[in-house]
Design a protein around this ligand. Structure first.
Ligand code: SF4
Length: 259
């Protein structure tokens, strides 16, 4: 079974297709996964692998570990473009997420004031005022919306009970041009059902949602690493670029395509 790929709170720096030289922050366990989605394409594997044994790092531990890493990188003259919260699940589920963001901004300003702070989130917690306030303080809120169709989200992203995509789109719209919306586009099968969020009706639904949200940018990407649902296929680069061009033309929003 495919399992988590990050084994520490701070990882990297790694080269990100979308963000440049990125120092990763994992607010989830080192040896297990916690997420309010259970995406068929999750590079950290399925939630069924369990929460692991290490628990979540505390706010104080995150601060101490990030401080040490940034100090070392500064001392060695290393390049850094961005500090990115991602890791083994959903970072905004951390109970001290807002405090961690406060600390990260302070440390960034001390060591690398020109560096951006990004959070990759599945958007399920953006209705929480504390989470929303913290996200508004950083440079790149990268908020997931894979489909505007409830049935497709349930098949592809497998959210925890209570998820309502219409409500999420309205919450995303409240971020407006401070948001970057990220959409994974892929196709395959799962348990006998066709998975495909690149169809005409899916793209039309997304275009309508993007118009409503009016983010500053849309990031389209496809599969880059092994996925727990092994039937999923990468969308060919040319096709993904064509989808991106159409979305840009029909929404007037900047679209970044990572092939
Ligand atoms: S939201 Fe992200 S971390 Fe959670 S299951 Fe999906 S890809 Fe994995």
């Amino acid at each position: 079974m495919q399992k988590v790929i990050f084994h520490s709170t701070i990882f990297g720096p790694v080269h990100s297709r979308r963000l440049g030289t990125s120092l990763g922050v994992n607010l989830l366990p080192d040896d297990g996964k916690i997420c309010s989605f259970d995406c068929l394409y999750c590079e950290a594997g399925y939630n069924a692998q369990g929460h692991g044994t290490t628990g979540l790092p505390t706010r104080a531990q995150v601060r101490e570990r990030l401080d040490a890493k940034l100090a070392e990188m500064k001392r060695c003259g290393e390049r850094l473009d961005v500090i990115t919260f991602s890791g083994n699940g959903e970072p905004t589920l951390h109970p001290e997420f807002a405090g961690v963001i406060d600390d990260t901004i302070e440390l960034r300003d001390r060591y690398f004031p020109e560096v951006k702070i990004s959070v990759l989130t599945n958007s399920t917690r953006i209705g929480d005022p504390n989470v929303a306030r913290a996200l508004r303080r950083i440079d790149n809120n990268i908020l997931k919306l894979d489909s505007a169709n409830q049935a497709t989200v349930e098949l592809l992203d497998r959210p925890a009970p209570g998820y309502n995509v219409g409500k999420i789109i309205e919450q995303l719209a409240a971020f407006g041009d401070t948001a970057i919306v990220q959409t994974m586009v892929c196709r395959g099968e799962h348990e006998g059902k066709t998975v495909d969020n690149s169809t005409e009706s899916e793209i039309c639904g997304l275009i309508e949602a993007y118009r409503r949200i009016a983010p500053r940018q849309i990031m389209l990407y496809s599969i880059d690493r092994p996925t727990p649902e092994t039937s999923l296929r990468k969308i060919p680069a040319e096709e993904l670029r064509a989808i991106g061009s159409r979305i840009a033309r029909e929404t007037g929003i900047d679209v970044q395509v990572s092939c």
